[in-house]
Design a protein around this ligand. Structure first.
Ligand code: GLC
Length: 581
């Protein structure tokens, strides 16, 4: 929790190894497994294909869960596996309380839950409350019903602007490109109203001003809580409520390319009424005991504003996207770590940390550029400048070792423990992200980070599945990165991750404290002390001479053990918290 002093105050200058310390955060003693957990994101389409159709499935997840237990994570978060036409890889849900046949059955889900619990792993599922699929029964009913009907009121239907209502009701743009409105034909076949979709046209937004929508999602929460899930990752949690009157707004729907329109002013984001929704959901979860959690995917700036979402009566956690976006910029990293811990401590919430997920270029690829890499969500194509894959993996290991020493919870994305890069040579006809089609190919989208996992180098399709080809092709480098090869090599990325998680647990770093170690904080290196561990990252071109102390872990094998080379991180044990030089 928040140290009782200003961040600018240097309080200890006793340590020659660390130099003066600037304390930011003291150890968190509040109960709650999630406060220090490592949560592993499983992207079911790409995890493991047991039924041989080229797409991953629940039985495949069950099959490989022991590998995740062995890796040392505390919980898995599953991206959507619900009934869905898969127009946005399952984030277009047509039935929230059933499993899509490509992934299996509810029976398969129950088997997977039982196996997770046997292995001591918790399971979090994805809740997609902002929008559903246009194939959802409620939307089909809305299409069949007239304007002004209760069926239409489940969604955001409006008359068009201009003569004959031919223009969209406002100027909002879809996150995936193009207008955020689509016109429907009325029950009589004539052009009728328009409906809002912040994402693809196949994903109509629910109307959260309607109590019936609230009731429906409470039912969904209970359905999965009754099946034993430990909580929900809440998709685009900042977007459910729209500003009254749907005022015009000039930015893109993700609030990112705003041209003078800061994301937090967007009328489709961060509306005050959201907090009451999450208060109610918290009550529902609390009925099931103190161990069920809500984690917001909320793109809300700045961090003190995000902290409002994780006040004690609302969500438990929110993804820390400012951390992800800080990349390897030393100044931004220090600022975001400090701001996160201070803002979240102030409301009694743990911070979270994340480097990769299914919506961004994997960090092993992002860090393979000197200078500007791809924009988040836009992907890397065969004709784009290519990342230096081995540099990227080298730096990714350093970034992960830095992140996993921080106090709080950490989210990992499947495959990052193997150091996987993005697929950058996916043929256009195989691309599935709606961003690609909706922008006429201008933005490639997120398929590159969604390529299936390589499990066993010698098996067909690298052990992802023995049947059809995987739904996205493997880059050539995946063969040598297969999990079975890495499992047998002590110097592999996988072995490093295992060891990081083992030591993180043994040292209880997730529950630890944080003070910046000023002697090591320069324009190209950054270091903090958590308990008795010094975490030091060197992004300089020159090697850094390590301080005295036992090196617990380093992100790369050293040429000279006394030095930390460029793009490396080390964990060093400080002698009883009062290090010597
Ligand atoms: C979230 C998901 C993303 C999805 C979008 C629409 O941002 O992470 O994958 O496309 O919401 O549901």
């Amino acid at each position: 929790m928040l140290a009782d002093m200003s961040v600018d105050t240097v309080t200890e200058a006793t340590s020659p190894a660390t130099g003066p310390l600037t304390p930011i955060h003291t150890a968190d003693t509040a109960p709650g497994w999630w406060r220090s957990a490592v949560i592993y994101q499983v992207y079911p389409r790409s995890f493991r294909d047991l039924n041989g159709d080229g797409v991953g499935d629940l039985a495949g997840i069950t099959e490989e869960l022991p590998q995740l237990a062995e890796l040392g994570v505390d919980a898995v978060w599953l991206s959507p596996f619900y009934r869905s036409p898969q127009r946005d890889a399952g984030y277009d849900v047509s039935d929230y309380c059933d499993v899509d046949p490509i992934f299996g059955t509810l029976g398969d889900f129950d088997v997977m839950m039982a196996e997770s619990h046997r292995l001591g792993l918790r399971v979090i599922v994805d809740l997609v409350p902002n929008h559903c699929s246009d194939q959802h029964a409620a939307f089909q009913a809305a299409l069949a019903a007239p304007a002004g009907s209760p069926e239409r009121d489940m969604f955001i239907f409006r008359d068009g602007a201009g003569e004959g209502g031919h223009e969209p009701p406002n100027n909002w743009q879809s996150h995936f490109g193009g207008p955020a409105w689509t016109r429907v034909a009325g029950p009589d076949g004539q052009p009728d109203q328009w409906y809002l979709h912040l994402f693809d046209s196949s994903q109509p937004d629910f109307n959260w001003d309607n109590p019936a929508v609230h009731a429906e999602f409470e039912r969904v929460l209970r359905f999965w809580l009754d099946r034993g899930v430990s909580g929900f990752r809440v998709d685009v949690a900042h977007a459910l409520v729209k500003a009254p009157g749907l005022p015009a707004w000039g930015g893109r729907a993700d609030g990112s390319s705003t041209d003078g329109f800061p994301g937090h002013e967007a009328p489709m984001f961060g509306q005050p009424a959201l907090h009451d929704i999450y208060r109610r959901w918290r009550e529902v979860l609390d009925e099931y005991g103190p161990d069920r959690i809500l984690c917001a995917e909320a793109n809300v700036d700045p961090l003190p504003r995000l902290a409002n979402w994780v006040r004690p009566d609302q969500m438990h956690q929110a993804f820390n996207f400012p951390y992800l976006h800080a990349g390897l910029d030393i100044h931004r990293l220090r600022t975001v770590v400090t701001d996160s811990l201070m803002a979240l401590d102030a409301v009694g919430a743990p911070s979270t940390w994340v480097l990769s997920n299914h919506d961004v270029v994997r960090h092993a690829s992002r860090f393979g550029y000197n200078g500007h890499g791809p924009r988040d969500g836009d992907g890397i194509g065969p004709f784009d400048p290519q990342p230096d894959v081995s540099l990227g993996r080298h730096r990714a290991a350093a970034a992960s070792l830095f992140m996993l020493g921080l106090p709080g919870a950490a989210y990992l994305y499947q495959g990052e423990e193997l150091g996987l890069p993005d697929g950058t040579d996916i043929p256009e006809h195989l691309r599935q992200d709606p961003t690609f089609a909706r922008t006429g190919g201008e933005r490639l989208g997120r398929d590159g980070c969604r390529v299936p996992l390589p499990w066993r180098a010698a098996e067909p399709h690298l052990g992802f599945g023995a049947g059809e080809s995987p739904w996205l092709p493997f880059p050539a480098s995946f063969a040598e990165l297969a999990r079975d090869l890495q499992a047998g090599s002590p110097s592999s990325h996988l072995s490093l991750y295992r060891e990081i998680l083992r030591q993180r647990r043994a040292l209880d770093l997730g529950r630890g404290s944080l003070a910046w170690a000023e002697n090591w904080c320069t324009s190209s290196s950054l270091a903090y002390v958590n308990g008795t561990t010094l975490v030091l990252m060197n992004l300089n071109h020159d090697p850094l001479e390590l301080p005295a102390g036992q090196v617990l872990l380093r992100s790369a094998s050293p040429d000279d053990a006394r030095y930390l080379a460029s793009g490396e991180t080390a964990w060093i044990r400080l002698e009883s918290g009062a290090p010597t030089d």
